[in-house]
Design a binder for this molecule. Structure first.
Ligand SMILES: [Zn+2]
Length: 136
């Protein structure tokens, strides 16, 4: 029993988001409101720890009130790209089916209106919520 609990604990992933990256996501989301905004996340994955420390504005992104996307074929190959962040102009930061179908990388960060630290969430490919910590 103990061993099993320990194993499950090990699989819990944590996302470390630098304050600078968090502020960038917030500012970008506010700029695009009431449309969705999308950004590429840069960082690294080490074991169960995903560190996000940079943002890239995707080329040819399309933004709308209910959809934000870009073609992954437009992206240059870069292994520092670890996921995406996008905004929800509504009251929920849960990923939509569309979001999960377009999952890119290891992490999907979603922020909802009114775009504050407390409205940021991070999800795995399966839609499972990950713990998120803002670090300086
Ligand atoms: Zn979404």
């Amino acid at each position: 029993m103990f061993k099993k609990a320990e194993q499950e604990k090990k699989e819990e992933k944590i996302v470390l988001l630098t304050r600078q990256a968090a502020d960038g996501i917030i500012t970008f989301s506010k700029t695009y409101h009431p449309n969705e905004a999308i950004l590429i996340l840069q960082g690294k994955k080490k074991g169960n720890e995903i560190t996000i420390n940079g943002l890239v504005i995707p080329p040819f992104s399309s933004n709308g009130p209910f959809y934000s996307g870009f073609s992954l074929y437009d992206l240059p190959f870069d292994d520092s790209y670890i996921g995406t962040a996008h905004s929800h102009p509504g009251p929920s930061n849960r990923p939509s089916l569309e979001d999960l179908n377009h999952f890119f990388g290891y992490v999907s960060v979603i922020i909802h209106f009114p775009y504050e630290y407390g409205t940021i969430a991070a999800y795995e490919r399966t839609g499972k919520k990950m713990e998120i910590k803002i670090v300086d």
